[in-house]
Ligand binder design. Structure first.
Ligand SMILES: Cc1ncc(COP(=O)(O)O)c(C=O)c1O
Length: 455
């Protein structure tokens, strides 16, 4: 196999070889050499209904035949109107407005700007700070990167990103307070209250969090009661709660939105990769009348916008995907298949390097450690997550490897998020390939000198 691609693309990693894809069908992707891959992570937690669905292809063709593009400052469209109605029907009852976008980072930054304009338009211009959490990911544009809590992704750009307050994550396997579950009083949520008080409640506009952390930690499911407490604190100090459901919406965790598991209603939802299953880049911020009407009565217009906001072709595509999810009852299926996946992944505890297995619906993570007893992570230079990801890929399984969960740099995991259409037999195949890949890498690590010894 060649070491890297020899063409004119500026690849994300120019030192890596990327096979050329040919087609996708259901949970499988085929490359030009005919090799088949089980899409165990839906790309980067995007593909919800599987590849090559004819109903979506037909909807795209229909919309493209009518009109593909109009600008959001000039027209609205049937597709955008009906999609908004559909999204609102999936949201908690207080949600009433959809602002369309074409990327997750755009959605996060839009929510932050919407919060800020709301505060100004309601006569609270001193409220501008946005608090977020360490061990989180909100996107790679500079504003979203500032909110994220992943040292490895931030360090190159540190001088360019604004300093914003961060609180500890809700990470039970690595409790920031070193507490055993029976002693836990959800102190990690109290950290929000302390930070609001230190920063000054009059200065804090919003708090943003991923309900289940994805890219930085591998499906970190919060303790029951955590988000209820977060909501109470936000209400106490007049701070908006923004749920970043870019990975978890719609249906990924077995409910429409992950916060639905705890009956917590945010003020804004940034969503969602799974909404269009990768057939089109369409995202949105969902919010309520309080925020919409304050801006309407205040400035009159939301001082924001992007070229592809409200794009008819994207909206028609997402509508077809949501129709498919509804018709085939795929959110319930995600919950059911998620239980089966977690059961399978729990068998991986037999490997000496598997420290934690967790998940909610079809959103699951396996965390790797050097020492199970102490939970000591591997040296980041070993890139254990990438080694396991590459081995699985070579064996025909796509996972979403990640690192930095333990302390910003160290910590390794595999994130699994297959399409909701996956069958039990395909989950068995996923687990078997991951199992073999972890076993091989664990054995190789055991005989390999540590980076210090090798240096
Ligand atoms: C929770 C979360 N928010 C935001 C983003 C950024 O989305 P995008 O890559 O579309 O900008 C991601 C991407 O993985 C994400 O997982």
């Amino acid at each position: 196999m060649p070491e890297h691609n020899d063409d004119h693309i500026f690849y994300r990693n120019p030192t890596k070889f990327y096979p050329t894809v040919e087609r996708g069908e259901g949970v499988y992707i085929y490359d030009k050499s005919g090799k088949r891959y089980l899409d165990g992570s839906g790309g980067a937690v995007v593909v919800s209904i599987g590849h090559g669905v004819p109903e979506v292809r037909e909807a795209i063709f229909r919309q493209a035949s009518e009109i593909a593009f109009t600008h959001g400052t000039q027209f609205t469209s049937e597709a955008a109107i009906v999609l908004a109605e559909r999204i609102i029907a999936l949201c908690p009852p207080s949600m009433s407005r959809v602002y369309y976008l074409s990327g997750g980072s755009e959605a996060v930054e839009t929510a932050v700007k919407m919060a800020r304009q709301y505060q100004v338009d309601r006569g609270k211009p001193s409220k501008y700070k946005v608090i977020s959490r360490w061990t989180s990911y909100h996107g790679n544009t500079l504003g979203a990167l500032a909110l994220g809590g992943h040292t490895g992704r931030r360090k190159y750009y540190q001088p360019l990103i604004q300093h914003t307050p961060h609180i500890v994550p809700c990470y039970c396997y690595r409790c920031p307070f070193n507490l055993q579950p029976e002693r836990c009083r959800i102190e990690c949520a109290d950290d929000l209250e302390k930070t609001i008080l230190y920063e000054g409640p009059d200065a804090v506009s919003a708090f943003i969090a991923e309900p289940v952390v994805g890219a930085t930690a591998g499906a970190l499911v919060p303790k029951d009661g955590y988000f209820q407490k977060i909501r109470e604190i936000c209400d106490r100090y007049d701070v908006l709660l923004i749920a970043d459901e870019v990975m978890t919406g719609i249906g990924r965790t077995g409910k429409n939105f992950a916060l639905d598991h705890w009956h917590v209603v945010p003020d804004m939802i940034a969503c969602a990769k799974g909404m269009a299953s990768g057939y089109a880049p369409v995202f949105c911020v969902v919010t309520n009348d309080m925020i919409h009407d304050t801006i309407k009565k205040g400035n009159g217009a939301f001082v924001h916008g992007h070229t592809f906001s409200q794009n008819p072709l994207s909206c028609a595509t997402a509508l077809a995907v949501l129709d498919y999810i509804g018709t085939h009852d795929l959110v319930k299926r995600s919950a059911r298949m998620g239980d089966y996946l977690l059961e399978g992944l729990e068998t991986l505890y037999r490997h000496p390097i598997v420290g934690d297995v967790r998940g909610l619906g079809l959103f699951a993570g396996v965390e790797f450690v050097k020492d199970k007893n102490t939970k000591e992570p591997f040296d980041a230079r070993l890139k254990v997550n990438a080694l396991i990801g590459a081995r699985a890929f070579a064996k025909g399984l796509i996972t979403y490897p990640g690192g930095g969960g333990a302390d910003g740099m160290r910590g390794d995991h595999s994130l699994l998020a297959p399409p909701y259409t996956i069958t039990e037999a395909q989950i068995d195949e996923l687990v078997a390939i991951l199992d073999a890949s972890i076993g091989e890498i664990a054995r190789e690590l055991a005989t390999r000198p540590s980076p210090e010894e090798g240096a």
